[in-house]
Design a protein around this ligand. Structure first.
Ligand code: SAM
Length: 280
């Protein structure tokens, strides 16, 4: 797996193997967020940008045998992973997995009770976000819900890493998103306003802190190791002091130096925004 964990479509941090270890490290909070949406038995759900299908098992449990799930992703290999995962579930969910784009959903108007889209908006430009929102609202039934989850990486910490090194890296990283015109990994807290600007009615929004102190469990260790390696891979492309670049190389070469610290702590923050499609 390349250190940027990119898919065949070029989206970084989107490879299903990477998504799996991140999901396992944060599973309680991620699953709690999905549960809070209030999925009912019998619902028809679209998982827009499903990745490897990490949310699929819980979605299948919540909609039950009478419900159905459509999983859509741009990366064919992620759709293959989602199908393979579904095949292992018992009972088997009613799943239709499709390669496609959130910008042009291959579904009829008013098809779904819920459109769930987790960590996808960060990749879109503002125009694409507007298009994706229109498409999501189009395929929702009247009264249906659009639930969008994304990170606010202005609240991302890996302690006890040097604060200056980390904050300069994150500032440079967020600037790359601004330069490319994409919403970026800090968009979670902006999504309520951006959705409202598209005429969506915000039903609620809420943030979750994922916090893992030492001793870190195996999934968090695997995830943070990979995250540090990813950051060290992209850092040379950022305008950072030579001493910062050296620190990134050292940290990536020996992540245990951080992970084994008695006060190691990983913190991430994400926000779920839920909109309701008006009934009339
Ligand atoms: C960070 S992953 C999140 C996957 C999954 N929702 C999760 O939370 O585990 C982002 C996913 O969005 C997909 N993606 C990016 N742009 C897309 C688009 N325009 N249409 C559909 N999927 C897209 C990527 O292929 C990738 O699988």
């Amino acid at each position: 797996m390349p250190a940027t964990n990119a898919t065949s479509t070029g989206h970084e941090a989107s490879d299903a193997g990477w998504l799996d270890i991140h999901f396992e490290s944060s599973r309680p909070e991620y699953e709690d967020a999905l549960r809070q949406v209030g999925i009912r038995p019998g619902w028809s759900i679209l998982d827009a940008g499903c990745g490897g299908g990490s949310f699929l098992p819980l979605m299948a449990e919540l909609v039950g045998r009478a419900g159905s799930i459509a999983a859509l992703d741009l990366a064919p290999e992620n759709i293959a992973r989602t199908e393979a995962l579904a095949a292992r579930l018992d009972p088997k969910p009613r799943l239709a997995a499709t390669v496609g784009s959130v910008l042009d959903l291959p579904f009829a108007d008013a098809s779904f009770d819920l459109v769930w889209s987790a960590n996808v908006m960060q990749y879109l430009t503002h125009d694409q976000f507007r298009q994706a929102t229109r498409e999501a609202l189009r395929v929702l039934k009247p009264g249906g819900l659009l639930a969008v989850k994304d990170f606010d990486s202005t609240i991302l910490q890996i302690l006890p890493m040097d604060r200056g090194v980390f904050s300069r890296f994150m500032a440079a990283r967020l600037q790359t998103f601004r330069d490319r015109g994409v919403l970026g990994t800090d968009c979670g807290s902006m999504l309520p306003g951006l959705l409202r600007a598209e005429g969506a009615e915000i039903a609620w929004r809420r943030g979750w802190l994922v916090e893992r102190w030492a001793p870190a469990g195996e999934h968090t260790r695997a995830y943070v190791r990979d995250l540090l390696s990813y950051f060290a891979t992209v850092a040379p492309g950022y305008d950072l002091p030579a001493a910062d670049q050296a620190t990134w190389r050292e940290v990536a070469a020996r992540p245990e130096g951080l992970l084994d610290q008695p006060d190691f702590c990983y913190r991430e923050f994400f926000v779920v925004t839920v909109c309701c499609k008006p009934t009339a």
